[in-house]
Design a protein around this ligand. Sequence first.
Ligand SMILES: *Cc1c(COP(=O)(O)O)cnc(C)c1O
Length: 295
Amino acid sequence: MPDKHKVFIQKNTFTSTQKNIEINVLRLDVMSAIISGNKFFKLQLPIATALAEGYGTVATFGGAYSNHIVATAGYCKLKGLKSIGFIRGEEPAIWSKTMKDAQELGMEFRFVTRAVYKDKAAIQKTWQHEQYYWVNEGGYGKLGAEGVKDMYEWIDESYTHIMCALGTGTMMAGLIKGALPHQKVIGISVLKGHGTLQDQVKGLLTESEKLKQYYLVQGYHFGGYAKHPERLINWMNKLYEHQQLPSDIVYTSKLFFAVEDLLQKGYFEAGSKIMVIHSGGLQGNSSLAEGVLQF
Ligand SMILES: *Cc1c(COP(=O)(O)O)cnc(C)c1O
């Protein structure tokens, strides 16, 4: 079970000599390795809804290394629900650690070709006789974003900036929902083409929430989603060595790199107090060969 009591704030993680700027990291990664970081917050209301409405099975979508897939499997098991994962691509000859973990947590898989996977609505229609409670890919949705507001349990009004990584944009939308008028929410995209990301975030906000201060920052994708060139790996090892901060190759390493880079470029005004969300996802590093990371 994810344990909120383990969450802590890692103080003064990135230090700037020029200015009076404080950067702290909200360590949500320590709550659970399975229902990790932001996935706990995003799943809590959808799963509660499935239970309240009497569903017995939750179905969702993801890739073979998806944090969302294994988190959904773990959360459903915890609540006595069955779970089905619609996995992108043909069944691989060798299953990823993520899939093995999800299977051990009771998840059943249906493998769908990349072409079919693109049309989620069609998949849902094909399976509608099964009465599944559907959770969007990556947990995208308003219920997910509502649950993310709980992160403000650790973020008080003294913070001027809240920073997070963006996949579907649900976590960022939740952080915007919970932000006070003077707080800026900064999302770092880990996708190459930002395409519909801005719209995805907006789609989860009310008209008044859209007027809040939030910024989407591009250019820190390191080649694209889940791409992890050597200079990213080196950065991750350095970050761990100097600041005892473990990160994952898909989201948080790129977020932390952006924080450091923006800090050095003078992006933040003097007096800023910044909370960076460590949204978990360390299990995603299991796709790397052993020894590549020093943690
Ligand atoms: C899923 C995930 C994200 C992306 O969250 P969205 O709400 O989809 O934007 C960020 N960080 C980690 C570690 C994740 O697992």
